[in-house]
Design a protein. Sequence first.
Length: 89
Amino acid sequence: MPTSQADLFGDAGAAPAYVPKPEHVRNALQSLLSKMQAAETWPWGPAMVRLHRERTFAYLCERLPDREEAARWRALIEAEAARLDAAGA
């Protein structure tokens, strides 16, 4: 009797989802924020700015276990983004 496709591999081979360490997330956020703070205009081209704004910053903040800490990082990044937007206008 044939088995279903789901039973073919079972759960034994399922790898756990990757969860980055909070200190690595903080280091990445600090690195991005430092680049932004040191720049007079956006330190990346338009495509990278869009990627960071749409994905990177949100992804990193969502990986922090403390929601209040994530909110602080978002506020710092948004303030720098507003400054860089105004400098480029």
